[in-house]
Design a protein around this ligand. Structure first.
Ligand SMILES: Nc1ncnc2c1ncn2[C@@H]1O[C@H](COP(=O)(O)OP(=O)(O)OP(=O)(O)O)[C@@H](O)[C@H]1O
Ligand SMILES: [Mg+2]
Length: 306
């Protein structure tokens, strides 16, 4: 099947540890509980978008140690994995996050097979076949090489570096990438960094100065999302749900948003579908533990638009 959406990003194993108190340097703490989850920006968006009926390909670099159950989960939702590359001699990216009773956290990120992404040849098949390309965490140089490929200009091209905008991207590369994309996705802090990199006062000014840019989608946690279009600013309310674990909210939002684009919905409807999908993700621990289907997401989105 040809993908509608082609997602580039991480496929991770996430290990979540809880502790009474984070240890001081050169000391240790007992781990009270540990749980492991499948995650990563790319895998999250691709799996959830597929589950919402969007034909989606994932381009990601992993190791031979990728758990077969993870691949099976993605395949069972229909993710096209032809261009997911198992890199010889490398391991799957892995993250350890320790959280203590005060909700203070430390994270250790092992990039594994994604560490050398800038030197890999770009995978272009899915991107050429798809109508929308979504670029998440990963090498800016790789993504700039991809965006320079001919034939991509008529497609939807979403730039979404997530937290890597702060420490992996820089002003020069970010400005260059904006010149080749038409949608920017960011949360509050990420928008602040995007404005700093471009020297703009606000999102409207940013949108105005990149002619190809159609929309900035700014997620606002419990306040939902604000969508800046060329002629309008739309406020999308969040769903009112109990937050169990906010991890993966942003990724689920993207999946819902693309499920709307796939079905030709308006920006407002896409935003509501995003907030709806995110509300399912935050109601359980882990990102890919309870994946909603289209009917569930559409119904809750409708209630947000009333
Ligand atoms: N407390 C909440 N209540 C309801 N919806 C929420 C809440 N927090 C997040 N969401 C939903 O998730 C979406 C994304 O959240 P947020 O803006 O926090 O993204 P993020 O910072 O990228 O999250 P993360 O990277 O941790 O997944 C929001 O637009 C909203 O729809
Ligand atoms: Mg995020």
């Amino acid at each position: 099947m040809r993908p509608f959406l082609c997602v580039y990003g991480h496929t991770n194993i996430d290990h979540l540890l809880t502790l009474k108190e984070l240890p001081e340097r050169n000391t240790s703490s007992n781990v009270l509980s540990k749980k492991s989850f499948f995650g990563g920006t790319g895998a999250n968006v691709a799996t959830m978008a597929s589950a919402l009926g969007v034909p989606t390909a994932l381009i990601s670099y992993v190791g031979k140690d990728l758990p077969p159950e993870f691949r099976q989960l993605m395949e069972s939702k229909g993710v096209i994995l032809d261009e997911m590359v198992e890199v010889d001699g490398k391991e799957t990216p892995t993250v350890w996050i320790a959280t203590d009773e005060k909700e203070d956290q430390v994270a250790f990120v092992f990039q594994g097979a994604m560490a050398d992404m800038s030197s890999y040849p770009v995978q272009v098949k899915g991107a050429k076949d798809a109508l929308a390309i979504h670029l998440m965490t990963g090498s800016p140089d790789y993504y700039l090489r991809l965006l320079a490929q001919p034939n991509l200009l008529r497609k939807r091209r979403g730039l979404d570096p997530a937290q890597e905008i702060h420490h992996v991207w820089d002003a020069e590369r970010f400005q260059k990438a904006l010149g080749f994309t038409d949608m920017l996705f960011c949360n509050r802090n990420e928008l602040a960094t995007a404005l700093r990199y471009t020297g703009k006062e606000g999102p409207v000014e940013l949108l105005d100065s990149y002619r190809g840019m159609q929309v900035i989608v700014n997620t606002l946690g419990g306040h939902g999302a604000r969508i800046y279009g060329r002629n309008e600013v739309l406020d999308v309310p969040a769903a009112k749900v109990k937050v169990v674990d906010p991890t993966g909210a942003g990724d689920a939002f993207r999946a819902g948003f693309y499920a709307g684009l796939y079905r030709g919905k308006s920006w407002m409807e896409c935003g509501a579908l995003g907030c709806s999908a995110a509300s399912f993700a935050i109601s359980t621990q882990g990102s890919l533990t309870s994946i909603p289907d289209w009917g569930m997401v559409e119904e809750r989105a409708r209630s947000l638009l009333r």
